[in-house]
Write a protein that binds this ligand. Structure first.
Ligand code: SAM
Ligand code: SF4
Length: 352
């Protein structure tokens, strides 16, 4: 059993009989309490900033089974993770995904977990919203970059807007609190952002805007559509007054309040502002690789100890050793963006 020493020291070996008092403290004194888990790299869309049109997906045997996912998540909960976000790829296309939510909800019941949530493209929410609510899901993020059906089809390369809107309505009806995520893209949805602020405000949804990040080779130059959120903010301010807000979710978004609607707009800005100081999260891929930072390649293979039949304690040690290497921050920068993809893996594999 290991415990990390705050401030960058080496893991301390504990006597196995001592009680388990472990928090995942990284070398910079940040406590890791949030795990994002990609349950599949597959998706029913091909959003053009996220995937190549002819994506090759992983062979199924590479993917963690639902039982393996449950086991790993549970070890993380034992290590102090308080928030679990299920993502992908599109998490709701994974067969029998509800059974994972049902099983993980035991950690909500026991009080060991504060939040079980997901990020989805919304296409299957009409089918799943009520069941997700019954599993203790309270808030969800739905990705929606445009409200224009034609633009939506172009951007997702195969998507229909109507089922997504129906899914969002179903989630709302099921009592789920909804946050809309939109990637701001120059020449695509930039002029539509005020309309999206109004649409979210009318429905009581928060809206988070995201700068596009250089992940995976998508076969077109990202820089063509990249825009900073300072520009997005100026566009929104042509129609709305944005007021400072001290609302924080513990995540990278910095929020502003919309005077006219009372709603909130979050800005997630990896390029224009550093968001790493308070980073409390790590990411598990659908193949069981633990990434310590979305923008860095250092990782730990947790599938190997699982499939070698090792104990939860051995898995826990592998996790703690990895957390001891969590880097201070990413180094995305605009020059690398102009040069093409920086991080080789796709967001859909790592889990956005
Ligand atoms: N399929 C689900 C969805 O779209 O919500 C979950 C997975 S998706 C990878 C998670 C989030 O990552 C989405 O909000 C998507 O817009 C965002 N995303 C994907 N690729 C991105 C990129 N290169 N830069 C910034 N955000 C990206
Ligand atoms: Fe699929 Fe989400 Fe990526 Fe779009 S952003 S292709 S919906 S994983």
């Amino acid at each position: 059993m290991t415990r990390l020493e705050p401030g960058g020291g080496q893991p301390l070996q504990w006597v196995a009989s001592l009680p388990l008092v472990i928090a995942m403290l990284d070398p910079f004194g940040r406590t890791v309490s949030y795990l994002r888990v990609s349950v599949t790299d597959r998706c029913n869309y091909r959003c053009n900033y996220c995937m190549a049109e002819d994506m090759t997906f992983l062979p199924r045997k590479e993917l963690l089974s639902l039982e393996e996912l449950d086991r790993l998540c549970s070890v993380f909960v034992g290590l102090g993770v308080r928030k679990l976000r299920i993502t992908g790829g599109e998490p709701l296309v994974r067969r029998d995904i509800l059974s994972l939510f049902r099983n993980l909800s035991r950690h909500l019941d026991s009080g060991d977990l504060d939040e079980l949530t997901l990020t989805t493209n919304g296409t299957l929410l009409e089918k799943y919203a009520a069941d997700l609510a019954a599993c203790g899901v309270r808030r969800i993020n739905v990705s929606l970059d445009t409200l224009d059906p034609r633009r939506f089809q172009e951007l997702t390369r195969k998507g229909e807007l109507a089922p997504v809107l129906a899914g969002i309505a179903a989630a709302d009806k099921a009592g789920l609190q909804i946050k809309i995520n939109a990637v701001a893209l120059r020449g695509v949805n930039d002029q539509e952002l005020p309309q999206m602020v109004a649409w979210c405000g009318d429905r009581g949804f928060d809206l988070s805007l995201i700068e596009s990040m250089p992940m995976g080779e998508i076969g077109e130059l990202r820089a063509d559509h990249f825009m900073t959120l300072d520009e997005a903010k100026r566009t929104i301010e042509q129609r709305f007054q944005l007021l400072p807000s001290d609302y924080r979710t513990g995540g990278p978004a910095h929020y502003m309040r919309v005077a006219e609607t009372g709603g909130r707009v979050g800005f997630i800005t990896p390029f224009s502002h550093n968001f790493c100081e308070a980073c409390n999260r790590v990411r598990l891929t659908c193949t069981g690789t633990l990434y310590l930072c979305l923008g860095q390649d250092d990782a730990a293979d947790l599938r190997a100890p699982l499939r070698a039949g090792q104990s939860d304690e051995a898995v826990r040690d592998a996790i703690l050793e990895a957390i001891a290497r969590k880097p201070k921050g990413h180094d995305f920068d605009e020059q690398r963006l102009a040069d093409g993809a920086q991080v080789v893996r796709f967001m859909s594999h790592t889990g956005g």
